[in-house]
Each structure stands twice: as structure tokens, then as C-alpha cells.
Design a protein around this ligand. Structure first.
Ligand code: 5GP
Ligand code: MG
Length: 182
């Protein structure tokens, strides 16, 4: 599987360091009383691994919520659709959305609108990756792990046709892999 990778953009060591830095930034942002009322909402499936690491860098009591959105078909973005609604009540709670990557912003626009309608006390967003060329101004992300080039990336939770999520590094696949039917 690792041999399908053309090049690594972000190594597992770089990811681990940055995730902890994000954890510190998030902990500082939410003052002590706000920490107690925080629900972290993970956008599945791509942010599964990122969220699992990030929450272990948050040394305070918090709740976890899950929402599932699907958008990509292969490497082409499609219209995002909500596959599974949030099952926890976030009314009057501080909400931090955690997603893997901010690309066109369509996915987070949908998620942020859903959560805003649920009446949270505050709403912020944390993404591991951002493609700066395309990230739109109306979809804010207060916490960003890495700004990356405009390539389709896999690994650390990010997939290509549901494969490669278990690669520990983030990188770009060899061109011939994208052409294969996986
Ligand atoms: P957006 O809706 O912002 O265009 O895209 C966000 C979603 O599309 C992400 O949550 C992610 O699931 C998927 N996505 C966007 N860019 C990439 C990419 O380079 N690689 C992978 N594997 N998924 C991506
Ligand atoms: Mg996603």
C-alpha cells in the first residue's frame, strides 16, 4: 500500500507535532468555563483519525458528536449530502467542528449550517488541511493544521475510493493508481 504513494507531503511525525499544537491552541481558546460546555463534532469518515488524536491532546472534559457527510466520488468533488445526522443535543453548548480538509468549502458550509440551526452557544471549526486556493471566505476555519498545495491527498483518514485511510503519512498517490479501478 505504501508503495502506491508517489510522494509524502506531511510525515506522521509532522502530523503528530501539529495535532498537539492545535490541541494547545484549542485549549487556550476555550477558557475554563467554556471547556466544560464543549461538544466536539467530528465529520466522518475522513476526520476519524485526526479527531481521535486531537481529542487526546485536549486535557479537559468534553463531549463528542458524530456527523457523516459524503461528497467525493474518486477524486472529483460532488454535491455533499448528509448521510447521518448529529445525534447529540448541542443547544447552548460550545461546538467545535472537526474536519479533515477544507477544499471547496461545500461540505463545511453544509455542516456549519446544520449546527448553527441547532442553537449552539458558539460555533468554531478546526481542519487538519486546507487548500488555500479554493477555501471560500464564507466558510471560516479558526484552527488550521496545514495549508497544502492543490493536489488530491490520501492517508491519515483521507481516502481514495475508501482505500488508503490507514496510511500513517499524508501524500499523493502515483498517477497510475488513480486510473485503476479500486
Ligand atoms: P469540500 O466540500 O471542502 O470541497 O471538500 C471537503 C471534503 O472533501 C473533505 O471533508 C474530504 O472528505 C473531501 N476532500 C477534499 N479534498 C480532498 C483530498 O485532497 N483528498 C481526499 N481524500 N479527500 C478530499
Ligand atoms: Mg470529509
Amino acid at each position: 500500500m505504501e508503495s502506491d504513494m508517489d510522494r509524502i507531503l506531511i510525515s506522521r511525525e509532522q502530523i503528530a507535532r501539529r495535532v498537539c499544537e492545535l490541541g494547545e491552541q484549542i485549549s487556550e481558546t476555550y477558557a475554563a468555563d467554556e471547556q466544560a460546555g464543549l461538544t466536539l463534532v467530528t465529520v466522518l469518515s475522513g476526520s476519524l483519525i485526526f479527531a481521535a488524536d486531537l481529542i487526546r491532546c485536549l486535557p479537559f472534559r468534553m463531549k463528542l458528536g458524530l456527523i457523516t457527510v459524503s461528497s467525493y466520488k474518486g477524486t472529483s468533488p460532488g454535491q455533499p449530502s448528509l448521510i447521518q445526522q448529529l445525534k447529540v443535543d448541542v443547544r447552548d453548548r460550545h461546538v467545535l467542528v472537526v474536519d479533515d480538509i477544507l477544499d471547496t468549502g461545500a461540505t463545511l458550509r453544509l455542516v456549519q449550517a446544520q449546527l448553527a440551526a441547532a442553537g449552539p452557544k458558539s460555533l468554531r471549526t478546526c481542519v487538519l488541511l486546507r487548500k488555500p486556493d479554493k477555501a471560500p471566505a464564507d466558510v471560516p476555519a479558526e484552527f488550521v493544521g496545514f495549508d497544502i498545495e492543490n493536489s488530491f491527498v490520501v492517508g491519515y483518514g483521507l481516502d481514495y475510493n475508501d482505500h488508503y485511510r490507514n496510511l500513517p503519512d499524508i501524500g499523493v498517490l502515483k498517477p497510475e493508481v488513480y486510473e485503476e479501478k479500486l
